[in-house]
Design a protein around this ligand. Sequence first.
Ligand code: HSE
Length: 300
Amino acid sequence: ESVHVFAPATVANVVCGFDILGFAVEAPGDEVVMRVTSKPGIIISKITGDNGRLPLNPEKNTVSVSVRHYLQSVGRNDLGLDIELHKKMPIGSGLGSSSASTVAGLFAAKTLLGDTRDAAELLPFAIEGERMACGHGHADNVAPALMGGFVLVRSYEPLEVIRLPFPKDLYCAIIFPEVDVPTREARQIIRNKVALKDAVTQWGNIAGLMSGLYTNDIDLMGRSMQDVLIEPVRAMLIPDFYKMREIAMDNGAVSFGISGSGPSVFAFTKDANTAHKITQNIQQHLADIKIASQTYVSGI
Ligand code: HSE
């Protein structure tokens, strides 16, 4: 018995919602093939597309760590599982690479067990995968990867996640400049304290973004997608961040910002053509400054 599962890349934070907002894209993403075996325990028999960067040790790979927590919770430690992980998205890109593996693994295990629970109920296990990957159990990548669309993490304790509506004609342009920005490090440089004035700006923006999502007001979403807390610090880790923003906005983007902890950046647009124009122009600019990049255009 075997299953083949896809889990998508995700854009966490959505600029103003650090650790509480994220959305899934249609592509890229990861694929997992999982089989039941006769020998108890989890093995990772194959990983492709990772250039040798990911461990085959099931204790150290996000594709299996959360599955182990899940099997424990349903009392099925006796089960034998063989996992193949096919990475079809860049690692360390800020596009939720570890989450995509986590979620594909969990969903495959749930399917093999015939567990009919809502996928959202797997979230606590998925969070354990994130904790192992970067030292912090945030849910703003795993929740949208599991549930699809836009998701709000209203609270961590107790965990409460809410699916949000979003405008149908919303497109996302993603550019991944090929420099390394590990999430663990991108979290360490953030300031711990915020000024009340900045907090007021930030929660006004988050509320504006929520309102825009519920009323299909893409321009209001765009005006609200500004971050005075995290972006000014993390922008330093990303090559020509402000120049990329200028190119995106000059070419018709509704908004522009860092995807998750970077280095990927993303722009929202109202049509696919504009998104393609933005990815092409930013990729050209990065090539001019000798930085390779990968780009994606996706609906949500
Ligand atoms: N919210 C997390 C962060 C997402 O910004 O660190 C990491 O992908």
